[in-house]
Write a protein that binds this ligand. Sequence first.
Ligand code: NIG
Ligand code: FE
Length: 366
Amino acid sequence: MGSADDADTAESIIDVEGRSVLPGFVDAHTHLVYGGDRAEEFGRRLGGESYEAIFAAGGGIMSTVRATRDSGAEELVEITASRLARMAQAGTTTVEIKSGYGLDVETEARMLEAAALAGDHVGVDVVRTFLGAHVVPTEYRHRRDAYVSLVIEEMLPVCAPLAEFVDVFCDRGAFDLDETRAIVEAGIDHGLRPRLHAEQLAHTGAVDLAVELDAISVDHLDHVTTDQAAAMAGAGTIAVLVPGVTLQMRTDAPDVAALREAGVTMALASDANPGTSNVELMTTVIALGSLLYGMSVEEAVWAATRGGALAVDRPDRGRVSPTDRADLVVLDAPHPVHLSYRVDRRPVYGVIRAGQIRCMVMETER
Ligand code: NIG
Ligand code: FE
């Protein structure tokens, strides 16, 4: 699949008949390993109950923690693989997966193991992140310090060898700046690079801490400020934007214009999870990036490919280049604007991963 000039030396030529070819999608933020679902809670939120109030009453993330703790190792692999298979069919070739629904040593490790096994099973590259500090679990509610110690002293030694990144949900109702700093510094000591859930529910200063600690990315950013955008641009901290959350939490978009103006590198990710974003396909994420965040289609596609690759430290992918891996998506459309224009169609014609055709399906609409 080279240019016309390369046609003589190419091993094989695939005629995609005028369809558009993009780099494989790199989804830089997911919580794909989980038991159960939160459909009932979602219905209540549509009826006016708040995400934070449901969590405070023992639901939300804690209800997924209970369901995940109750899921066996094989069951977790199987259910994660079925999610990954849907994503792979729609063009995701690399995906970041976090732990964070175990919140005990054993289940956190089981989640990270399941992520890798599911990726091997489906044939998607998985990048793993340890998120033992997602929330303080109910049983530690009155002993926060003991939970932070558990994460640092017991979870990290077991989970760090199973992950590349350490993440903390640094936000109102989750972890504060001091707790986040302690956990991230311990993660760095174990060889993990930080990335943070930052400025989602409230403005806390999490971005400033992330920049100070050389985080590779800050994710969500609903409450990011122009000063923070400038600091991120200066430090090269990537903004991972998650419009599926904006859609399903029915919140305002982050200040994407300020990020763009400051020159921040932006990635788009699904944040696939059972609570805030039950969105799996990067084709949908690109559509939402343009429709909800005002990104141009070129900007959204770049953010879902090269931006994602940089955000998960995989510089060998996310663009179509003879020096990079041949991870490619063939759209069943002449231009990627159709992802946003024909928003509810199935827009992927074929997927190639590391030079191998993994599916070429006729979903034609002409
Ligand atoms: O990225 N913000 C924190 N964590 C997830 C939501 C997890 C959940 O609600 O289950 C997120 O939005
Ligand atoms: Fe998340």
